[in-house]
Write a protein that binds this ligand. Structure first.
Ligand code: S3P
Length: 423
């Protein structure tokens, strides 16, 4: 695919549903008593992998054009799958399913694509074993993972990384444990699991960085409206900020405070972003409007990192257009995402002539000189593909993206929307 430098991007758009919330809606809907209607569900490959895994455990899930209907089987109603559960490219499916499978009275195996087979699972295996789970993994750290029937008990666990996938896996296992389960976070990570648990009637207490769950008798199905994914909106917020003359309104974006670091950082850089029509449902939602502005470099590190971890590749693109130095630190988790996103972004920004330096835990970008179009690699990573597409809009000269279809993991239709807005 070729991308040409863009004139102003203007108009209104909606982005597909939040990936994290879509996964959890299917998982908790499956474990609830009753029927869950999910609207705004993300029909991306990752979330379809979650649906597929639950179907293999006997859950009836109907996918319609505008909603997904999950017939809950109750906490103890999953069936033993006849074959391995395939989680594709999805870390959230793999890690959260570990938590659920740890508490089942049957054996199941989880495996995914080449990227999933390289992602660390030891962080989930360790606390689940402490809870009594019986798990085997390749080198005790990688997929395929096999979970055997076992009795679980609650633990208190201090997370070594601020990871919502890890936190959620432990809390999901806690549904099946004897006694309370407590997790302590080093910094706040996305809290969609906790919010959805509360909505389904689970007793879960958050006090500062400590989250405690009491195992429930059952979960009561509720309908779930998934807001637009701020991680997808981030590409348009950045494009709107860097392409001169742009003004974009993105409607119905989830603005859970554990996810809005990208708005804070872009504003810090000088971007104009306004919020309208705010409503606080079980997840807060609003419309965001971005207008092109001159950007300047900033320092990004510490507790904000988990609030923007998935947006760092596109924030690095914003930094390339920002006058002066942007330092990203404390972001070593980027190395174990769908690709090594530090190495990938440093390499691809370098191809565009951006002055960028890789560090142990992030990168330093000296921006302000217009990047040049180039031929970009995606490393099979949806967020690298969309980040480089955004860079290409503001670059000088034509760019090429090697496998644009990877965007379907989280944002089918990304390039069509970009085109409709003038990109
Ligand atoms: C997610 C948590 C984050 C994030 C991922 C989705 C989730 O991963 O990067 O895209 O839905 O819980 P970590 O928990 O590994 O930080």
């Amino acid at each position: 695919m070729h991308i040409h430098p863009s004139g102003p991007l203007r108009g209104c758009l909606t982005v597909p549903g939040d990936k994290s919330i879509s996964h959890r809606a299917v998982m908790l809907g499956a474990l609830a008593n009753g029927t869950t209607h999910i609207t705004g569900f993300l029909m991306g490959e990752d979330c379809l992998s979650t649906i597929d895994c639950f179907r293999k455990m006997g859950v009836e899930i109907e996918v319609r054009e505008d909603e997904v209907i999950v017939e809950g089987v109750g906490l103890h109603g999953l069936c033993e799958p006849e074959e391995a559960l395939y989680t594709g490219n999805s870390g959230t499916t793999t890690r959260l399913l570990c938590g659920i499978l740890a508490g089942q009275p049957f054996t199941a195996t989880l495996n995914g694509d080449a990227s999933i087979q390289k992602r660390p699972m030891g962080r989930v295996i360790k606390p689940l074993r402490e809870m009594g789970a019986s798990i085997e993994g390749k080198n005790d750290n990688y997929c395929p993972l096999t979970l055997y029937p076992s009795e679980l008990h609650g633990i208190e666990y201090r997370l070594p990384v601020a990871s919502a996938q890890l936190k959620s896996a432990i809390l999901l296992a806690g549904l099946y444990a004897e006694g309370q389960t407590t997790v302590i976070e080093p910094a706040p990570s996305r809290d969609h699991t906790e919010r959805m648990f509360r909505a389904l009637g689970v007793e879960i207490d958050t006090e500062g960085s400590t989250i405690t769950l009491d195992p429930p008798e059952d979960l009561h199905a509720v309908d779930i409206a998934v807001p637009g994914d701020i991680s997808s909106a981030a590409f348009f917020l950045t494009a709107g900020a860097i392409v001169p003359g742009s003004e974009l309104t993105i409607r119905n974006v989830g603005v859970n405070p554990t996810r809005t670091g990208v708005i804070d950082v872009l504003r810090d850089m000088g971007a104009s972003i306004t919020e309208d029509n705010f409503r606080d449902e079980s997840e807060p939602v609003c419309d965001l409007t971005v207008r092109a502005s001159a950007l300047h470099g900033v320092e990004i590190g510490g507790a904000i990192i988990p609030r923007l971890i998935d947006e760092l590749p596109v924030i690095a693109v914003a930094a390339a257009f920002a006058e002066g130095e942007t330092v990203i630190r404390d972001a070593q988790e980027l190395k174990v995402k769908e690709s090594n996103r530090i190495a990938a972004m440093v390499r691809e920004l370098g191809r565009a002539g951006v002055d960028v330096e890789e560090t142990e835990d992030g990168m330093i970008i000296r921006g302000g000189k217009t990047p040049r179009g180039a031929s970009f690699e995606t490393y099979g990573d949806h967020r690298i593909a969309m980040s480089m597409a955004v860079l290409a809009l503001g670059a000088e000269g034509v760019s090429r993206i090697d496998d644009p279809e990877v965007v379907a993991i989280s944002y089918p239709g990304f390039f069509d929307t970009l085109g409709q807005l003038g990109g």
